[in-house]
Design a binder for this molecule. Sequence first.
Ligand code: C2E
Ligand code: CA
Ligand code: CA
Length: 565
Amino acid sequence: MKQFMTAGGVKRRVLIVDDEIINLELLGAMLSESFDADFASNGEEAMAALTAPGADYSLILLDLMMPVMDGFEVIERCQANEQLRRIPIIVMTAEKSAEVRSIRMGAADFITKPYDMPEIILARCERIIELSEDKSIIRSTERDKVSGLYTREYFFAYLDRLLTRLDVPADALVLNIDRFHLINELFGREEGDRVLRRAGELITEELSRSRGIACRSESDTFFIFSEHREDYEPLAERLQEELSRSTQARQLRLRIGIFALGDDPDPESWFSRAKAACDRIRGKFGVLTARYNHELYEQTVFHERLIGDVQDAIENRQFVVYYQPKYHIQGERPVLGSAEALIRWIHPELGFISPGEFIPLFEQNGLIRRVDHFVWREAASQIRRWRDMYGVNIRVSVNVSRVDIADPELETKLLNILDEFSLSPDDLLLEITESAYSDNGDRLIEIVNALRNRGFKIEMDDFGSGYSSLNMLTEIPIDVLKLDMQFIRRMLNDERNLKLVELVMDIAGFLGVPVVAEGVEEEEQLKVLRDMGCQVVQGYYFSPPLPADRFSELVEKECQSLNDE
Ligand code: C2E
Ligand code: CA
Ligand code: CA
């Protein structure tokens, strides 16, 4: 085993503090090959050793429960002392709540008793010393304050070290709490923090049974590196049950993606694969775990390909904008009123790619901004063309992604496009999906207000699909409600859905905004909607989305019949 030396080749000194001799012996045996170990059997002895002339400890391993002076007091005294504060402290405890408390007080890390994983303990000690000596890494970044787990940065640094010692099969896991943002929204941030803290505790507990380490990678996502096990599904169920018990949020759900380590040497990529597996079961009821497999591998490769090809696709016009007509249905006969612009990707090698495939992908990495900008410009130029060709105003709705909402340039970009084609905000309607509200409601309210002040009309897309539909209506002034397609699909076979559609019509009537029903495929649906007072319908019943020239034929026909009347 290699020794952990200072630059001068001297072993570093470690102070081990515990009132139980057996623990001192155990730890001493584990560490003595790499370190010079000194011992103290209570807090007072420890303070004496630490403040003795010439003392130069690199690390303190500290038991919390001790006679005379306990570990908490030692932490407190060290924190109060300019010199001693620099020595990292690893707390040794069997008690979960004490860990969190000591981390908050300033301890760098903790080790759980009993000590049955010498290599992990040793790696931890080395890592902590390394970090405390590396002035560029601030101590407070080792542990995530909320969950008590490592921070992502530290996790990967530590994993690196661990891997040189661990020679058993292992798995990379990504654990995600489903719809976590809703807990924050509905019950407040404190409740959200409570759930994250509990998740951290449960994961730590689990890892005291099998070897491993964990971190919180971002808000509600945890990375876990674990010795291989077979029981992930029951484990996930257990965690989910325990976690649900700690919150008022009913039906809390979690997902775990699993990647079994193979030859790939890059830890970051293990976790991005585990994450891909985890993402695949988002929203799938009753499935808590998913393994990364070949199919997913191919999907990942495919997605990477799409990401790489975007720029080319924009430059070479592989993206094509289709237009789906919207009809006004309250008159004697349906009248073509406007259109929705829907993107298509005709890839030179991969063929036709549906937006359902690439839009969510591009939303994840922000590329959607460029794609949407392209679509808006295309749509604007088409409106201009129709106006010049037929003298008619066909208004076009464009989709504004949740990601565009966060773009501070959004308003400017839209105005520039209108300017370029001498159009007004009236001509371009903006469809914003309802679920953008649950991402960041305040920002959405702000931007919707700003855009409406400029004269843009806002259509709330997929209305009724989210959790905050009604809530949102009271806060966001909108111009059109676009009913989620699912309602229309189920409306005729399911009385409750029919009632819901009626309810939405009533609400819209009360707010004085028209309702667009999309996904209308059958005459019967059309009739029912018309009788309910729905003004505008979009769907295969009238027409699928069409390329611009085919849509132009519709416009021509419409002009013709208008002239005939
Ligand atoms: P969306 O905005 O809800 O668009 C409506 C989708 O329903 C379109 O699918 C349309 O082709 C489809 N549809 C229309 N009528 C019917 C019908 O009668 N029956 C059925 N089953 N489907 C119908 P599409 O074009 O595949 O687009 C899927 C989603 O991709 C869109 O949902 C939208 O969220 C997104 N999307 C499409 N183009 C763009 C774009 O340019 N920018 C952004 N950000 N998102 C886009
Ligand atoms: Ca839409
Ligand atoms: Ca929609």
